[in-house]
Structures are given as structure tokens and as C-alpha cells.
Design a protein around this ligand. Structure first.
Ligand code: EPZ
Length: 418
């Protein structure tokens, strides 16, 4: 199993590029199931979750031709409308094929995702929404069996809780349903809007994506399209924190600054200098002397839960006490214990982490528990005195493309050890 070996203490300097968004690539790839025509997707990140989704689509019946960041997918026929446990257990976002398969093929058999390190993460809201569109859903032997022999029909669906992939799954079901679907209390994440942009190019009729109310007028069929996905705001945010925590001077390129407003506001309040150089470039500088600033994770445009761990690493280096409240997932503080092994002073109380900052961190052996936790341990290791060995970095490969290469190019002493 690969490990990262990191020697800390070097301010990062230079330009670092952002790739396409993993959390846009996954639903956008699932959307190719909705048409028999070819869909060409650009800026698809070469990360493990994307490869898993590609494999799933090919198992279902897709032809996929990859050429670097460009992917041409065509699902002329849905050969087997199934997402097997072997794949779903490695990536719960596989459940995103449920809506498109029921809409396109009238049936789907999708393994239930099972537990996750950061929380229970059920998909009950996805299922309830599809039932409102007329799908009959059963659960047997760990699988969801969904059928809609007469096709789906539009309905008004109000999510009792905002769900990102739930909104995306329902959108993909509704575009081929008879009549109008209204999604209320919908997720407003940029990835939802990016999916709607692709579906619109395929011929779908969607209004209000990016707001809490999305209206979809179903159509008979969808066509092919070409689409370049948005930048990864979580990767860009991780790099902004890397610049601030190391006391460096980094320019993050290829990003969309407005997608990171919540993080930028917190970094500036903590004393980092963050400047928008252009519509796709952010510069972060810090000369140390950071102040503690509380944060509460929330749905977009609030502070992203996927940046909470990285922000916690930063707060271990800030003067004062920072209270970090995690409001989205019930078990997303696994990284705190690992940072404590490096000397951080973090107390957990329910869904709050109380970080008593500016503690010198020292290198240690630590274990990554999930994708964003592993990114936070890399950030902590970049400021720790001495060497840190991060185990189970396969987690980071799920959502970051060659992160050690990108960080090394701006001065980090980081190596992957197989
Ligand atoms: C998406 O997950 C992202 N994944 C997550 O990113 C991200 O953390 C999350 O949204 C929140 O922003 C992808 O886009 C592939 P939710 P998702 O449904 O859609 C509860 C990363 O690091 N809920 O918005 O699965 C759920 O348990 C990943 O890249 C139900 O109870 O998250 C959670 O507490 C991690 N029932 C809350 O809602 C449901 O049916 C929000 O989850 C659905 C969700």
C-alpha cells in the first residue's frame, strides 16, 4: 500500500493548477446513460473514483474512449442495468446511476452503498424521490430493485434535507419523465449546475439549477453533447490552505474563485492574504501569524464540509481557540486524532472540534481514514518538524490527481513510497 513521506517546514511558492471537479465528473458520467448518442466530456480528472464510474458504465453497456482528460462515452444500449456491490462498496457515488437507468431502461438493480467512514450516508431520500416519480422500489439481498414499466411521471418533490447526489439523481430521472418535476429544497452546489448544463446541451429542459427550486419539463429523448466540466473547488481550496499553512506564496490557477468564497472569507479573517488575480486565478500569501477563526460547515454556498479537515490543519497553526462545527456528516473528525499524534491540541465534543492553536507539530506515522482527511494530513505534515509518514494514501488518489507531484513542483518535500 502506498504511503507518502513528507518533510515539513518549507513555504510553498509558485503556480499550482486545479483539475476538473471529481464531484462533477461522477454525475456527468452517469448522465451519459440517458442517451444512445455519444457524449464528449473534457477536463475529466484522472482519479480513482472516475475510473470506477467508467468501469461501471462499461459493465452497463457503454463504449468509452479516453484520450487524456477527454472522454467519449456512448451507451447505444443498456445491456445490464445493474451496479454491483463490488463496485458500489468502493465508491458510494455509484448510486448515481439509479435515476438515469430507471429513466432510460425502466429498471435498475443497484447495490446499497453500506456504511462510510464519515457517516451513515443512507440514500433514503433518493429512493423516496424516485417513488414520487412513479418508480416501484424494493430492497432485497442488499440491492435496490427499481422498476417503472410505464416510464416515470413528473411530480413535485421536496427534499426534507438538502442532498447533493439526491438532487442530481432526481434531476437525471426527471429529464425523461412525462410532464413537469419541481425539486424543492434542492442542493445549490456548483456541481449540480454543471450537471444541468450538460443535460441542457443534451436537450433537457431545466430551469433554476443553482437555486433551491429546480423545474424540469420531461422530454421524449435526449441527444449527444460536448461538455467541459467545472474546476474542482475542493482541490483549489486544499491548495489555498497549503499556501496559507506553510507561510508561502501560491497562485492557484484554473479555478473559479467565486466557488470558494466561504473559504476565502475565513482565510482572510485568519490573516492570510488572498487575492483574485483573474476569473481563474487566486493568489494566497501568508507570513505566519494566523488568528483562530471559528467555522460551521453547511450546504453551498456555506463552508464546504469537504474543506473542514484541511481547515482544521490550518487552525492548529493559528493563534487562539477555533471551534469547528461539522453540520453535514456525523463522523467527520477522524483526522483530529491523527493530527493529535503530531502534537496538535484538539478536543472533540459532539459535532464540534475545539482547536487550541499554534502548536508546533512534529513528524509522525499517521493513517488516512478518508479522502479529505488524507489531504488534511498532508497539509499538517507540510508544516511539521521532521518527517511524517502517511499510510493508506489510496484514499487521496480517489479525488486528487497526482497531488504529490503538484505539491513537489511548488517546493514541497513529499514522496510516494510503494
Ligand atoms: C456529496 O455527497 C459529495 N459527493 C460529498 O463529497 C460531499 O461531502 C457531500 O455531497 C456534501 O457536500 C459527491 O458529490 C460524489 P449529501 P452526498 O447527500 O451527495 C444525508 C468528497 O469528499 N442524507 O448531500 O452523498 C447524508 O447522510 C465527498 O468528495 C440522508 O440522510 O452527500 C448527509 O448527512 C465526501 N439521506 C447529508 O444528508 C439521503 O438519501 C448530506 O449528504 C441522502 C443524504
Amino acid at each position: 500500500m502506498d504511503k507518502f513521506v513528507v518533510k515539513g517546514g518549507i513555504p510553498l511558492r509558485g503556480e499550482i493548477a486545479t483539475g476538473g471537479a471529481k464531484n462533477s465528473a461522477l454525475p456527468v458520467l452517469a448522465a451519459t446513460l440517458l442517451t444512445a448518442q455519444p457524449v464528449v466530456l473534457r477536463r475529466i480528472p484522472q482519479v480513482r473514483d472516475v475510473r470506477t464510474m467508467q468501469r461501471l458504465l462499461v459493465d452497463i453497456g457503454a463504449n468509452a474512449d479516453a484520450d487524456g482528460e477527454c472522454l467519449r462515452i456512448q451507451v447505444a444500449d443498456v445491456r445490464s442495468p445493474e451496479a454491483p456491490y463490488e463496485l458500489v462498496k468502493t465508491m458510494r457515488a455509484s448510486s448515481l446511476v439509479l435515476g438515469p437507468l430507471v429513466a432510460r431502461a425502466g429498471r435498475a438493480r443497484v447495490s446499497l452503498p453500506g456504511g462510510c467512514a464519515i457517516g451513515a450516508r443512507p440514500i433514503n431520500l433518493h429512493l423516496a424521490a424516485l417513488e414520487q416519480l412513479g418508480a416501484q422500489i424494493q430492497q432485497t439481498h442488499g440491492y435496490i430493485e427499481a422498476v417503472a414499466p410505464q416510464g416515470l411521471r413528473g411530480a413535485t418533490v421536496r427534499f426534507e434535507r438538502i442532498t447533493v447526489t439526491g438532487t442530481e439523481d432526481l434531476m437525471m430521472a426527471a429529464v425523461l419523465a412525462r410532464g413537469e418535476t419541481v425539486i424543492e429544497n434542492a442542493a445549490r452546489e456548483p456541481e449540480v449546475s454543471d450537471l444541468a448544463a450538460l443535460l441542457g446541451k443534451m436537450g433537457a429542459q431545466i430551469a433554476g439549477a443553482g437555486t433551491s427550486t429546480i423545474r424540469i419539463q420531461g422530454v421524449e429523448r435526449l441527444g449527444g453533447a460536448e461538455h467541459t466540466i467545472i474546476a474542482d473547488r475542493i482541490e483549489a481550496g486544499t491548495f489555498l490552505v497549503a499556501g496559507a499553512i506553510t507561510g508561502g506564496d501560491l497562485t492557484v490557477t484554473g479555478c473559479i474563485p467565486e466557488h470558494n468564497t466561504a473559504l476565502i472569507t475565513k482565510l482572510q479573517a485568519a490573516g492570510a492574504d488572498v487575492v483574485e488575480l483573474s476569473a481563474s486565478k487566486l493568489r494566497v500569501r501568508s507570513s505566519g501569524g494566523l488568528r483562530s477563526v471559528d467555522v460551521n460547515t453547511a450546504e453551498y454556498p456555506g463552508f464546504a464540509t469537504d474543506l473542514q479537515a484541511q481547515y482544521m490543519a490550518l487552525m492548529t497553526q493559528a493563534e487562539g481557540i477555533a471551534i469547528i462545527t461539522e453540520s453535514i456528516f456525523e463522523n467527520r473528525f477522524m483526522h483530529a486524532q491523527e493530527m493529535a499524534r503530531m502534537g496538535a491540541n484538539i478536543r472533540l465534543e459532539g459535532n464540534q472540534a475545539i482547536v487550541a492553536g499554534r502548536k508546533e507539530l512534529t513528524g509522525a506515522g499517521v493513517i488516512a481514514s478518508d479522502l479529505r482527511a488524507s489531504a488534511s494530513l498532508v497539509l499538517a505534515a507540510l508544516v511539521a518538524r521532521g518527517e511524517t509518514v502517511i499510510d493508506r494514501v489510496y484514499h487521496i488518489d480517489r479525488g486528487y490527481e497526482k497531488i504529490e507531484g503538484k505539491l513537489a513542483a511548488v517546493g514541497a518535500q513529499i514522496q510516494r513510497v510503494e
